[in-house]
Design a protein around this ligand. Structure first.
Ligand code: AMP
Ligand code: MG
Length: 412
């Protein structure tokens, strides 16, 4: 049983440390138009080319005034109007005011804007009904962002929360990291691509589909090398080709005991790859190392294990390589188990669950059912991992467990 031989297993943290410790982010960057920058990673801090707001403007609909004109508390005639997009550009005689709208430039010399709710309009002009303070209702130039200030650091993924900010600054081009090139293939004589009929003993290739999708969502350029037969020469060709074309090569299958020695021999020829037994479930066998040129990740064959090891190990690796320095998995939360969870001690378990918050605002989680490493529906129905500590056994209803909400790679 697994828990009889846990000493030669390496923990998820150890594996991550070994992997991330060996790699450094790509160096190449490129300039892209803002309209093509979604999903890209900033390569340098983005600096504002202008003050925001670019000029002092009114925060209210009302009247621009000079404090000196208010001393007599007499009605002030209106000297003209200032609209957003159409400034007041006339003469502003003493003892008058300017009608002003929200967003309109503040006329030169104005000390304050009085909101129209505090103004009484008569034939003599406008009188103000509340005390007026210098600067009130004026948004100053550069109050939000100063020209030259850094608005985004390097290493940030550009999405709907970042790109509009750059658009508001008139930034038309942005310096981003170049895309990672990732080659992917599946190994196994039993595999068929979708669209082909299944012969006796064959199954559809799930892993390449899953990995390709997750790579695309991470913004990688994907080289799909298809399905490679369990044949030494075919595998050597695939590895060699992938190594020469990509920054990272990801294969699935063929890393478990029995097959591992065979794949291992060949990978030893091509580079330096370690075959690990991870203390996680699913996903025990995993390979990582360097081929001649590219980094290599060998995922286990079972689809749930392949997806999980990609998610927990390859995703952080690719994020670091891609220069995405603020990348994080969603934080783990505590939830009450609504269903029993089967587990034996020995490995950190990533079961798939559905969590929600109850009427009292507390988190609750249920299993998605059968947790076999070949049961992909356990993912499709879930919205989180239920992360059960290595030494923990089965969980009874009502116990507190840790959950880790899926990020956008598994659920959008
Ligand atoms: P392996 O690691 O190659 O021994 O594969 C372990 C299990 O995963 C076997 O049942 C394989 O048929 C299955 N498997 C391997 N690769 C894939 C794949 N790409 N899609 C679906 N199942 C796979
Ligand atoms: Mg296989």
């Amino acid at each position: 049983m697994d828990h009889c031989h846990t000493s030669d297993l390496i923990s998820l943290e150890q594996a991550l440390e070994k992997m991330l410790g060996q790699i450094a982010p790509l160096q190449q960057t490129e300039s892209v138009a803002l309209t093509a920058a979604a999903g890209r990673i900033t390569a340098a801090p983005v600096v504002s080319p202008l003050d925001v707001p670019p000029f002092a403007n009114s925060a209210m609909d009302g009247y621009a005034v000079r404090l000196a004109d208010l001393v007599a508390n007499a009605p002030l005639p209106v000297a003209g109007k200032a609209f957003a997009g159409a400034p007041f550009d006339g003469q502003w005689p003493a003892n008058s005011c300017v009608r002003i709208m929200t967003g309109a430039p503040i006329p030169a010399g104005a000390d304050a804007v009085v909101m129209q709710e505090q103004a009484e309009v008569s034939d003599q002009g406008v009188r103000f009904t509340a005390p007026v303070e210098a600067g009130q209702n004026i948004r100053l130039a550069g109050e939000d962002i100063r020209q030259g200030a850094s608005v985004l650091p390097a290493g940030v993924k550009l999405g709907a929360a970042q790109l509009p900010l750059l658009a508001s600054l008139g930034v038309a081009e942005v310096q981003v990291m170049r895309k990672l090139k990732v080659a992917v293939f599946s190994t196994g004589d039993e595999l068929q691509p979708v669209g082909q009929p299944l012969q006796a003993g064959q199954i559809y290739d799930t892993n390449r589909f899953a990995v390709r999708l997750m790579l695309e969502q991470m913004g990688c350029e994907v080289l799909d090398l298809g399905i490679i037969r369990d044949d030494r020469d075919a595998l050597r060709d695939a590895f060699t080709q992938a190594d020469s074309q990509a920054d990272v090569v990801i294969s699935s299958g063929g890393v478990s005991v029995g097959e591992a020695d065979y794949t291992k021999q060949m990978l030893d020829e091509l580079g330096q790859v370690s075959f690990w037994k991870l203390a996680i479930k699913p996903g025990k066998p995993f390979a990582f190392g360097k081929l001649g040129h590219a980094w290599f990740c060998g995922l286990p064959g079972n689809p749930v294990s392949a997806a999980l090891t990609f998610y927990q190990l390859v995703q952080p690796l690719l994020a670091k390589l891609a220069g995405h320095s603020d990348w994080r998995l969603p934080p783990r939360l505590r939830a009450r188990a609504l269903t029993p969870l089967k587990k034996s001690p020995g490995r950190l378990d990533f079961q798939r669950g559905v969590f929600s918050s109850n009427a009292a605002g507390e988190l609750e989680v249920s299993t998605t059912g059968h947790q076999g490493s070949h049961v992909f529906s356990s993912y499709s129905q879930g919205n989180c991992f239920i992360v059960l500590e290595r030494e923990r056994g089965s969980v009874a209803v009502g116990e507190t467990v840790e959950i880790e909400p899926f990020n956008a790679l598994l659920r959008s």
